[in-house]
Design a protein. Structure first.
Length: 279
């Protein structure tokens, strides 16, 4: 069996990748994820015509080609996403925006942050929701949807704003598809009205942060699942510092701040929980 088809990565190279991931991205993997490493590294090995996964990781360690590290780290990120994923958080979002309108009436501005936005379905879902239910705000307020991700590869797809039939049909109501997408070369392209609300940026959640606007609503959904407890705590404390005092933090359905950080108030509405910083 050729070495690149091995089901496991040699221990020294696996240990190197595990530490690289933890330091650069905060993602923690253990020995049970050997299969995942093999599955994610094989496409790079084949595309770059590298003899084996071990050789690939050795070259990353040696710093021969910086783009190798970028591709390896990007490949190890989980980019699972869909339009209006899980539905209920977007019902909650509609409620939270309604609550914020009188509070922001003087400044006429709302800032949303979709952290770890992957290929863009989450921030574009926010944009569609705003157009559907808050058209007056879109027309007369300054609306910013900041969409960030570690991976430039997925951000390039997000900026392109085109999606396959499979991506479109996962979670997107046919009426919204008809209203906000048009066919383009066998794919579906999001409308300019939605696209112009979203600012895509490369951003490492555990790295040095650039200046951030004060955020009203933060989507940090299905991100912290991959971090250890100390990284989760450090991250949510940083998030709190860029949020408005009456802002809201939305996590994934399997995520909680209980036992992670005590500086948050847990609230619920529309069948979903969310968090508000306590200051």
């Amino acid at each position: 069996m050729p070495p690149e088809y091995a089901l496991k990565v040699a221990a020294p190279q696996f240990a190197f990748l595990r530490e690289l991931l933890r330091k650069r991205t905060g993602v923690v993997i253990d020995d049970s994820k050997q299969y995942l490493v093999v599955a994610r590294m094989l496409p790079i090995v084949r595309q770059r015509k590298i003899p084996s996964i071990e050789t690939l990781l050795d070259r990353v360690r040696q710093g021969i080609d910086p783009s190798l590290e970028r591709d390896v780290l990007s490949a190890m990120m989980t980019h699972e996403t869909s339009f209006f994923r899980d539905k209920r958080p977007f019902e909650l979002l509609r409620h939270l925006i309604t609550e914020l309108i009188p509070k922001r009436a003087a400044e006429k501005q709302l800032v949303f942050w979709s952290a770890a936005c992957s290929t863009g379905q989450e921030p574009l879902s926010i944009a569609m929701l705003l157009h559907e239910h808050f058209r007056d705000l879109v027309a007369s307020w300054r609306i910013r949807i900041l969409a960030t991700d570690f991976s430039e590869l997925v951000l390039a797809k997000a900026r392109e704003g085109t999606y396959s039939d499979l991506e479109i049909n996962r979670g997107l109501d046919p009426g919204l598809k008809q209203k906000y997408f048009r066919p383009l070369q066998g794919r579906w392209s999001i409308s300019q009205d939605c696209r112009r609300l979203v600012e895509f940026r490369q951003f490492n959640l555990i790295g040095t942060w650039p200046p951030m606007p004060a955020c009203d609503i933060v989507f940090l959904r299905n991100v912290m699942l991959y971090f250890d407890a100390s990284t989760r705590g450090a991250l949510v404390r940083r998030v709190a510092r860029v949020m408005r005092p009456d802002g809201s933090l939305l996590l994934g359905g399997a995520e909680t701040l209980i036992g992670i950080d005590t500086g948050w108030q847990r609230l619920s509405s529309s069948g979903s929980s969310y968090y508000r910083p306590q200051r």
